[in-house]
Design a binder for this molecule. Structure first.
Ligand code: LLP
Length: 417
């Protein structure tokens, strides 16, 4: 299924021409497809068959309330990394009892709130964090549900910035430390052993690191059973990589089939983000100027690195297309660059496109880690977000105004006045 497609050389979002959306909501714009989100989530759901499982959508990938609401209505759980994300989930109609709380720096206050909201479990990332959770739970006379995040030291063969399962990364604990944390949890009056989790990285397109990590986790689970410590679930971390350029994604069905074969009756949890929302969103931006010199041709657009950071931060590739047939423009190899005063401010490089001023360019597969990574750098209001459902479309986040950017700021009072 592809909710963004060309019909008569016009890019559509579900059944709506993207140009209609640009006319209605202005530029730049994030556009999401509701049915693509649902379809992607169902791919995970179906792959489990009757095996006990919980899909916990990784909220960090796209935390717009409308997106979370679509997933909550499907019965999804959520992987959160802050109380902000948990409160978004609740505001969007999600169930805190289906939330796992990941992240290396949980504050006392966050732990307390998470316990009060009754989350499914904490994904514990360090010895010190387990101590803190125990003392907060004790002060509330509560029992904290615990999963230990194991760092399996597996190379996910992805971009180093989004590789998380190596000893050199800040995430999780070694197998040996995990073992001691489980023993401690088992003996504690305020901690309860729930599960084991790991996450080795994102945008993974080869199944073998996933299975290698799973094998290491299962070895640890076997050692725990020897100690008579039994888990309710195994959490296999994020989802699979998506197609930005020519990548072939791992089949979710094949992956889950292999996991189910290996884990026996254990409940499986998974925390997909990118593979749920990545291809369910595009970022559309308008050509303000074309500028050519003896070396380069620049399409200067109204969207920038502050709106879509991935190309600047990871050198990521997003396919760039004009939203309508455009034979009257200039055919060239364009660098698509924004208004921000940084050379890193590019959205795409060396793209063969026919362009003229006023054209709209869509950066594809921008639904994950797109808007959420945006900022107000250069005092640029964050852009609007729209969701399409068949032929219906709705604004799901208003475009910010410049006044809203400085509403929390104050000019120093002059003492001498
Ligand atoms: N669970 C945990 C603990 C994670 O840290 C992540 C992503 C996920 C799940 C979701 O992984 P996914 O299914 O999306 O692969 N900003 C980067 C990606 C950072 C991913 C961080 N962790 C990018 O734009 O590529």
């Amino acid at each position: 299924m592809n909710s963004f497609y060309f019909q008569n050389k016009v890019l559509h979002a579900e059944s709506v021409p993207v140009s209609d959306l640009m006319g209605a909501y202005g530029s730049p714009l994030y556009i999401y497809s509701k049915s693509q989100i649902e379809f992607n989530w169902q791919q995970f759901e179906k792959s489990f068959g009757s095996h006990p499982h919980l899909i916990c959508y990784a909220v960090k990938a796209n935390s717009n309330l409308a997106v979370l609401n679509v997933l909550a209505n499907l019965g999804s759980g959520f992987d959160i990394v802050s109380i902000g994300e948990l409160e978004r989930v609740i505001a969007a109609g999600g169930n805190p009892k289906k939330c796992v709380f990941s992240g290396v720096a949980k504050t006392e206050q966050a732990i307390q709130k998470a316990l009060e909201y009754g989350i499914y479990c904490f994904n514990v990332e360090s010895v010190a964090e387990l101590d803190r959770i125990e003392s907060v739970a004790a002060s509330l006379k509560m029992n904290a549900p615990i999963s230990i995040r194991v760092n399996p030291n597996v190379d996910a063969k992805t971009h180093p910035y989004i590789s998380t399962g190596l000893t050199e990364n800040k995430f999780g604990v070694s197998v040996e430390i995990a073992l001691s944390l489980y023993k401690k949890t088992n003996l504690s009056d305020h901690l309860e052993v729930f599960g084991l989790d790991y996450h080795i990285g994102s945008q993974i397109t080869d199944i073998s690191p996933f299975l290698e990590a799973l094998d290491k986790a299962l070895e640890l689970i076997a050692r725990l059973e020897e100690e008579e410590i039994y888990l309710n679930h195994i959490d296999i971390g994020g989802g699979v990589g998506v197609t930005y350029d020519k990548e072939t994604p791992i089949s979710i069905n094949d992956y889950m089939h292999s996991v189910i074969q290996k884990v026996g009756d254990l409940k499986i949890m998974v925390e997909p983000g990118r593979s749920i929302v990545g291809n369910a969103g595009i970022f559309v931006t308008k050509v303000e100027y074309l500028k050519q010199n003896e070396l380069k041709s620049f399409a200067i657009v109204d969207g920038a690195m502050n709106d879509l950071l991935r190309p600047a931060l990871y050198g990521s590739y997003h396919q760039a297309v004009t939203i309508e047939d455009n034979s009257k423009g200039i055919k060239d190899s364009w660098d698509i660059v924004g208004p921000v005063c940084e050379t890193a401010d590019f959205l795409a490089k060396s793209r063969s496109l026919t362009l003229k001023q006023g054209d709209y360019i869509a950066l594809m597969t921008a639904g994950a880690y797109g808007f959420v990574l945006s900022s107000n750098y250069n005092s640029r209001p964050r852009v609007a977000e729209v969701m399409v459902d068949g032929s219906v479309h709705q604004l799901v986040r208003m475009r910010e105004t410049t006044e809203s950017l400085f509403k929390n700021e104050k000019i120093l009072k002059n003492e001498t006045n």
